[in-house]
Structure formats: C-alpha cells, structure tokens
Design a protein around this ligand. Sequence first.
Ligand code: F6P
Length: 343
Amino acid sequence: MKVGLLTGGGDCPGLNAVIRAVVQRVTNEGGTCIGLLEGWRGLVQKLTLDLDIKLTDGIIAKGGTILGSSRTNPFKNPESDLPALRANFKELGLDALVAIGGDDTLGVAHRLHKEFNLPTVGVPKTIDNDLMVTDFTFGFDTAVNIVTECVDRLRTTTESHRRIQVVETMGRHAGWIACFSGIAVAADYILVPEVPIDMPHLIDVLKRRRASGKNYGIVVVSEGAKFPDKGIVTLEAESDAFGHARLGGVGNVVADQIEKQTGYETRCVVLGHLQRGGPPSAYDRVLATRFGLAAGNLVLQKRFGTMVALSGTKIIETTLADGVAATKTLDLSYYNEAAAFFR
Ligand code: F6P
C-alpha cells in the first residue's frame, strides 16, 4: 500500500509526531509513505518527499511540519486544480491519503472522498481546539503552555510598573486558548468570543482589585472577542482561500479603553505566532503519536472518509462529515469557572 500524507492550514506543534507514527504503522505492515508538500498544493502541483522510518525517526521533538503547510484550497479553482490533483494522485500510485489539518483541510478531504471517492483519512490538528468530535486537538496544550510562560514573564514587569497588561491570544472564533491560559495565569479578567465584551464589568473588576491592594492587573483577550455593538476586529480586509479574515487587534482596543476609563497605565502584547512555534509539549507528542498510529490503522483497514478523534482518554474513529460539521466553541462551563475570580 502506498500512502500519501499532507499537512494543511496553520501549522502546530505535534504535526511531525503524527507523520512519524503514520510512517511507522504503514511501514510495519509492508507499505510505503510519501509526503505531499505544502498542504493541498503538494497534490495539485505534485511536490513530494519520500518518507521512511530513518527520515522521520528524530522529528517528534520538532515543531512545525517537515512537509510544509499552506492554506491552498483546490475547490477555489476547481476547473484547473481538481483534475490536476486527481491525476497526480493516480500518477503517484497512491492507495490512500492521510490529511492532517483543521476544519478547512479536513473539509477538503471530506469533499474529495464524497464527490470523487478519493480514499482519504483525516487527523485533526489545531492550536485553536475548535474541532467538533474530538475532545482535544494536539497543539492546543503547547499553545496554552506558551501563553502561560509568556504571562508569567509579563507579570513581573507589569507588577513593577503598577500597570495593567493586556495579552491577546490566538484561537480564531473559539476562546479555548484564552480561557485555559487565563485560568492558568490567574488572570484578573478573560475575554472570549463566546461572551460579548462587558467593558463596564471589566473596569469595575480592575478598579476593585486596585482598591483592595493589588497594584497591577492581567487581562487575557482572545483575538476573536467582540464588543456587543461591533463586529470582529481584523488586521486586513482580505480573506484567505477558505474565506477567513485575519483576526487581530482587539487587545489594543481593549487596552486603550482600560487606560482611558481607569487612568491606569496599560500595555498590550499580541503573542501571535509565538503560540504555534517551537517543540510540542509531552502531552501533544503523545496525543499526536496516538492519532498517527490510529490513522495508519484506518488506512490499512481501508476505512476511508473517516478521521481519528479523542473521546475522553480513548482514540476513536469518526467520520470526516461529522468532524467538519460545525466549529467547537468554548465550553462555557470552563468560562464560568474562570469567572468566579472576576471580582
Ligand atoms: O487556526 C490557527 C491560527 O493560528 C489561528 O489561531 C489564527 O487566527 C490563524 O491561525 C493565523 O493564521 P496565519 O498563520 O495565516 O496568520
């Protein structure tokens, strides 16, 4: 069996661990693997890398993806890209394709299976943790740990200067990263996309904290957080091949308002792509390895149109259709727990 692998969308720590595990599982059963470079572009343009156990042996500790990634969407230019993609699949002699990605990449894998019967299997990844059907995605734990470390560092300078520090995190339209890291750093307030920004309450909390003797404050803001009367804050008007705008900037708006309304000196740090960089946490390495082995099994059993997921502590099989049906926004029970401290 010859298996193609690709990684699409925003990269995240743990992708290489999946690649290593798929290669090991398929090779153990006498199959071979080939990498398709830079997401779906690799299949459209036939950009490949031969994968074997030797090449993938030491990559578990490496962030990013040895295959490269892109937000190429072959359904954006269907007349040219889809025939090329299907012809290349055939020419490369592929029997199956493992697509490792978020909702966009897995959405393409789903459509290719549904509309052209292309033998695809999906592996969910994203730092945003916003994929349905899986309790957690790898990359998320690493991102939360990076934010936590950064805020631990910011805290000392914030306290020295008696400032308010606003920290903007990634996460797109889901507040998982902001909420988990906000709890981990004991933030004075957390803003997430799922709950409209309540500026009067935030100001009230910060003032009460000052009055009770805490002379600095930490506010964690998800990039997708919205003011009740305004839309999402974006960095540029243009959107990517999947129609997504580039989010960012809400942290500065919030910081501005805090300074104006309280008189406390306020700064904003946008953590940006730092959250996706560097080696994966041990948790993400283990989860990604388990996903990769399970995806390898699905391929060997020819269970196409499926994807792997985490349910509790078990790795399960589910369908690509279910996996891309909706965005998994933050479970508000976590936010309510965090809000117990907004006093
Ligand atoms: O989906 C992952 C993610 O990191 C989001 O949290 C963020 O909004 C987006 O990707 C950034 O994308 P890019 O790397 O294209 O700037």
